[in-house]
Design a protein around this ligand. Structure first.
Ligand SMILES: *[C@@H]1O[C@H](CO)[C@@H](O)[C@H](O)[C@H]1NC(C)=O
Length: 161
């Protein structure tokens, strides 16, 4: 009996300490990188927010700011029109650093292909409070990301533990 009560209290403490963090945002319009500007890395802004529990995703900047230390999972999908490409990389920025680290890439290319291509990548990272996660284009490998009401391109993430 005492043991059961003890574990029940322990479980309640754990639930009380757990703050869920989860977001999902779509790209609502195409992102076209201008010729002459394609050699640079650009942040991809997913403007159409569907879920933002914990309010860690900033849809004006396209950034997820870690609200508390933990293990996080992210996923992003790039849909590109035929003949276009949109290679991107997941960036993890520690709060003190300016540029951040490239963790993993997502290649989405419909060059030489008669139709659109959709590509998804997942990543799991150990984040500290104040760290930022975002998606950036890869220089000379990204020109057009599809975006419309059907939301084929998106960015999402959540805290695992
Ligand atoms: C590309 O796809 C369109 C629509 O499906 C088709 O009409 C056209 O013939 C295709 N072009 C080539 C070069 O295969």
């Amino acid at each position: 009996m005492a043991g059961t009560v003890f574990f029940a209290i322990l479980a309640l403490c754990f639930i009380a300490a757990y703050n869920p963090v989860a977001f999902h945002a779509n790209r609502g319009s195409p992102m076209t990188v201008k010729v002459g500007n394609q050699n640079k890395a650009h942040t991809v802004i997913y403007d159409n927010v569907k879920t933002n529990v914990g309010l860690a995703y900033n849809s004006a900047e396209g950034t997820f700011k870690c609200p508390e230390d933990g293990i996080y999972s992210f996923s992003w999908t790039s849909d590109v029109p035929k003949g276009k490409h949109f290679d991107t990389v997941f960036i993890l920025k520690h709060k003190s650093s300016q540029h951040g680290a490239k963790i993993t890439g997502n290649r989405a290319s419909a060059v030489g292909f008669n139709g659109s291509v959709q590509s998804t990548k997942n990543v799991v990272v150990d984040m500290k409070k104040g760290d930022t996660a975002l998606i950036k284009t890869i220089g000379n490998a990204a020109n057009v990301l599809h975006g419309d009401m059907h939301s084929f391109s998106s960015f999402s993430g959540f805290k695992i533990l």
